[in-house]
Design a protein around this ligand. Structure first.
Ligand SMILES: [Zn+2]
Ligand SMILES: [Zn+2]
Length: 187
């Protein structure tokens, strides 16, 4: 079944409708029906090849929330209909030291969702099952989307530096990330 998406064909080109055939679902992948997708500045950077790594057509969107509609034969821990989120990464090797330590974002084979892979500005998106993160049903999909990139980016230092309620923290810049950092710090 075709996936209908918004794509750009080159730097500084508008987003236009694009349908593509995703082929057979890989054994480790899941397919997700997209409910909402945030817009991150990295989407714009990749659309315009600002980092020299873009692969066109680019289908942006890496703050994706949706429901699992298909499970690869080797996919684990998820069920059809479950709400999940997909962020910057959509896959990794799953056997290197980084992957084994829960740092698959540092894996040499990490697959960015929107570089050489089609992102979430689409009716469906695919990801390797460990990269489809369960999302509680009580969260509004549109509000949950930004947690998958801007949110994890600013939550990570709070966790790494073991920030406690007695600490004071500073957020440099109150943009797409900073406004989430303030909310986490307050909470
Ligand atoms: Zn992002
Ligand atoms: Zn790895």
């Amino acid at each position: 079944m075709q996936i209908n998406a918004w794509a750009t064909k080159g730097p500084n080109q508008p987003l236009e409708p694009l349908s593509y055939d995703p082929g057979l679902l890989a054994p480790d992948d899941v397919e997700i029906a997209v409910e909402a997708c945030g817009l991150c500045h990295s989407d714009v950077s990749v659309m315009n090849n600002e980092w020299g790594i873009s692969s066109y057509p680019v289908i942006p969107g890496h703050e994706v929330i949706g429901k699992v509609v298909a499970l690869g034969s080797n996919a684990k821990g998820l069920t059809i209909g479950q709400r999940v989120g997909v962020g910057w990464g959509s896959g990794s090797c799953m056997h290197c030291a980084q992957c084994q330590n829960g740092e698959g974002n540092l894996c040499a084979q990490n697959v960015p969702t929107i570089v050489g892979h089609f992102g979430g500005f689409a009716d469906r998106v695919r990801a390797q099952w460990p990269w489809a993160v369960p999302i509680p049903d009580g969260l509004d999909p549109a509000n949950a989307g930004p947690l998958l990139c801007g949110g994890v980016t600013v939550f990570t230092p709070l966790k790494v530096f073991d920030i406690k309620p007695i600490h004071r923290v500073g957020a440099v810049g109150i943009g797409g990330l900073g406004h989430l950092a303030l909310q986490f710090a307050k909470a």
